[in-house]
Design a protein around this ligand. Structure first.
Ligand SMILES: Cc1cc2nc3c(=O)[nH]c(=O)nc-3n(C[C@H](O)[C@H](O)[C@H](O)COP(=O)(O)OP(=O)(O)OC[C@H]3O[C@@H](n4cnc5c(N)ncnc54)[C@H](O)[C@@H]3O)c2cc1C
Length: 380
């Protein structure tokens, strides 16, 4: 009997992991001792960072989509299906179209979902660049905006790419300046806690940059309700903001199946932050956004975690102790305008020290976005 490794989710983490295992366990797979199945509910792999550039007319949503089958090694059994139930006691999954799938090792890489419905008025009153369709709709709004008040509100944390809301306001500021409209447009950024970012180092680096650029800041702002008719956003703390264009980072959740399987709250899997093993079940790992480790929900994190879990599963398959651990490594380029960026790298022990913004780092970010497709294939 071959051992069966099943990965649910063919986004950044799941795809990198599938290719990592295809390489690492090449011999065992070719000999029929191990099977690796990757299940994704979309035939396409979606690279979400592209959506930051769509509202500014720099990229199209299609630039962030590729057929998953072109990215995944032939040794992987790729199934386009939706997992509908996870039974960790029986080590079995139910899928939308097919027969139950039994696993020996399960990796959950099911990412984040948006939950704007958790705040009244948000779905109707706010735009966002956290979906393909949202980024396109926001592009139309930005293009037609010639005056008024743009409010960017970070509504819930954790959310994907903690840098992206900062990037958006820095880019919007520069984009309107370059088009000669900035003096007609106020920009306000709201954040739920007492600083502009969850990480204190990034917060104290970003705040002066925002002040220099006349970006208004509202901290301790936990959005309670948007009223699209009146054009207002109110916070639990009692602040009311008038807006002409509201851009939100909506609340995020994992997938319901995770909570239904008893693996964690709000769809996030409770894991050991070093081994990435699920706390509530045997033979289950989680990587990427769905793994609750306290590090940012970022593609770079999913990528590094995939490498760790690939090593751990290969060790387990070979009856060796699994010693690889995740050290919290996170890497991120942060756009600070339309043609300059900063860069941060940190882990559980060492906090981020944002690099001075430069054009070179902006080009490095764009170059990374292009080379991403090689990364997903496991070639970088
Ligand atoms: C606007 C924006 C900008 C970003 N910029 C950056 C950046 O610059 N740098 C960075 O590092 N990160 C960035 N990110 C974050 C990054 O995209 C995510 O953190 C990353 O995609 C997480 O990878 P993942 O594998 O955990 O999940 P995902 O890549 O989201 O993949 C999850 C996959 O699981 C599938 N799935 C879900 N449920 C099921 C099911 N029941 N059955 C089968 N399949 C299922 C989904 O369809 C999806 O394919 C950005 C995100 C956004 C929205």
């Amino acid at each position: 009997m071959s051992e069966h490794v099943v990965i649910v989710g063919g986004g950044t983490g799941g795809t990198v992991l599938a290719n990592d295992l295809a390489d690492r366990l090449r011999g065992e797979i070719d000999d029929g001792d191990v099977r690796v199945t990757l299940i994704n509910d979309d035939p396409d792999h979606v690279y979400k960072p592209v959506w930051l550039y769509v509202p500014f007319g720099q990229r199209e949503p299609e630039d962030g989509r590729r057929r998953l089958e072109t990215l995944v090694d032939d040794r992987i059994d790729l199934q386009i299906d939706r997992v509908t139930d996870i039974d960790t006691a029986e080590q079995r999954l139910e899928c939308g179209n097919g027969a139950p799938i039994e696993y020996d090792h399960l990796v959950l890489a099911t990412g984040s979902t948006l939950a704007p419905e958790e705040v009244p008025g948000l779905a109707e009153g706010g735009y966002n660049f956290y979906t393909e369709s949202g980024s396109v709709a926001l592009r139309e709004e930005l293009l037609s905006m010639t005056e008024g008040h743009l409010v960017l509100s970070v509504v819930g944390t954790p959310h994907m790419c903690p840098a992206a809301p900062l990037e958006f306001v820095f880019m919007a500021d520069d984009w309107f300046r370059k088009r000669g409209l900035r003096s007609e447009i106020d920009i306000t950024y709201t954040y739920p806690i007492q600083r502009v970012h969850g990480n204190p180092n990034i917060g104290s680096w970003a705040q002066p940059l925002m002040e220099e650029r006349d970006i208004n800041i509202e901290t301790f702002f936990n959005a309670e309700e948007a009223d699209p008719e009146a054009g207002t956003l109110t916070s639990m703390e009692g602040t009311e903001l008038d807006y002409d264009l509201l851009v939100t980072i909506p609340p995020h959740r994992g997938i319901d199946l995770v909570s239904e399987a008893g693996l964690g709250d709000r769809g996030w899997v409770d894991v050991d932050k070093h081994t990435l093993e699920a706390e509530a079940a045997e033979n289950v790992h989680a990587i990427g956004d769905t793994a609750s480790t306290g590090v940012p929900n970022a593609g770079s994190v999913a990528h590094y975690q995939a490498g760790v879990v690939g090593q751990r599963i290969a060790s387990e398959v070979r009856d060796r102790p699994a010693t690889a651990i995740y050290d919290g490594k996170t890497l991120c380029f942060v756009e600070t305008g339309m043609d300059e960026a900063s860069f941060v790298e940190f882990d559980y022990e060492n906090g981020p020290q944002p690099a001075p913004p430069s054009e070179k780092l902006h080009w490095a970010k764009l170059a990374y976005n292009e080379s991403y497709w090689l990364t997903a294939r496991g070639l970088l």
